[in-house]
Design a protein around this ligand. Structure first.
Ligand SMILES: Cc1cc2nc3c(=O)[nH]c(=O)nc-3n(C[C@H](O)[C@H](O)[C@H](O)COP(=O)(O)O)c2cc1C
Length: 221
């Protein structure tokens, strides 16, 4: 099913880094089907597989993107993640991410302040995945969907693709919901950009750091 050499599991985990610069090359239906076949090997409580994913490509994605950008430009937006309470440690890591990424954004030639819009544009990737979950939410279903998203990104890596999980597109959630005719009973959880990385671009090379293990991994011996 998988084209090309498959890499070792640990190398694949290490290689999966958010990619924010993609080649303008369409993804074949066969490739996307294989990526999603592997993604569905994600575990889920009682094997309920509660994820619902829309995979948008080609002219449909052009039209969706245009609608999303129009809503963003005209202020038809919702707040995502802003103003919510967070721990000091997590706020610090978020600040560190911004600081680490800024030189790459500059080298990429992106104007300051354009990052949210570029996230909403799926960084111009050739495929956009809208990941949803039906209500009722249940105790573990959000966790299951998270594992699906991670497995999807790892599967993309194994197929030679770059991926970026995206929360910012939810700023224009109504545009996505209207365009894809997603019922109100289906919650849009997160989005994922998929495509071949434009590896020469700084924003395809950026790798964020990680906290020291002792900060949040508690070995009990
Ligand atoms: C729920 C979630 C939402 C995210 N939203 C965005 C986003 O809107 N824009 C973006 O560029 N990256 C987004 N990311 C990617 C994170 O910034 C990234 O996973 C983190 O910095 C770790 O880097 P890595 O994925 O390269 O390992 C998101 C990741 C997650 C899990």
């Amino acid at each position: 099913m998988c084209n090309g050499e498959s890499m070792g599991l640990l190398a694949g985990i290490n290689a999966r880094r958010s990619c924010r610069a993609f080649r303008n090359v369409p993804l074949s239906p066969e490739l996307l089907t294989s990526v999603f076949e592997y993604a569905t090997f994600a575990p889920s409580a009682k094997n309920t597989q509660p994820w619902e994913a829309y995979v948008v490509t080609g002219e449909k994605l052009d039209a969706l993107r245009a609608q999303m950008l129009d809503d963003l430009k005209n202020g038809r937006t919702a707040q995502v993640g802003k103003g919510s309470a967070d721990t000091e440690a997590r706020k610090k890591r978020a600040r560190e991410l911004s600081a680490e990424m800024t030189p790459f954004i500059q080298r990429q030639g992106w104007e300051a302040g354009s990052f949210v819009e570029r996230s909403v544009r799926f960084f111009d990737a050739p495929a956009a995945v809208i990941v949803c979950m039906d209500e009722p939410e249940g105790k573990y279903h959000a966790l299951d969907v998270g594992m699906f998203v991670q497995t999807l990104c790892l599967s993309a890596t194994g197929h030679g693709l770059g991926s970026c999980i995206l929360g910012y597109p939810l700023i224009v959630e109504p545009a996505i919901r209207d365009f894809l005719q997603i019922p109100e009973s289906r919650r849009i959880m997160v989005c994922v950009a998929l495509g071949f990385p434009d590896s020469e671009q700084p924003m395809a090379q950026f790798e964020s750091s990680r906290a020291e293990l002792e900060e949040n991994i508690h070995f009990v011996r």
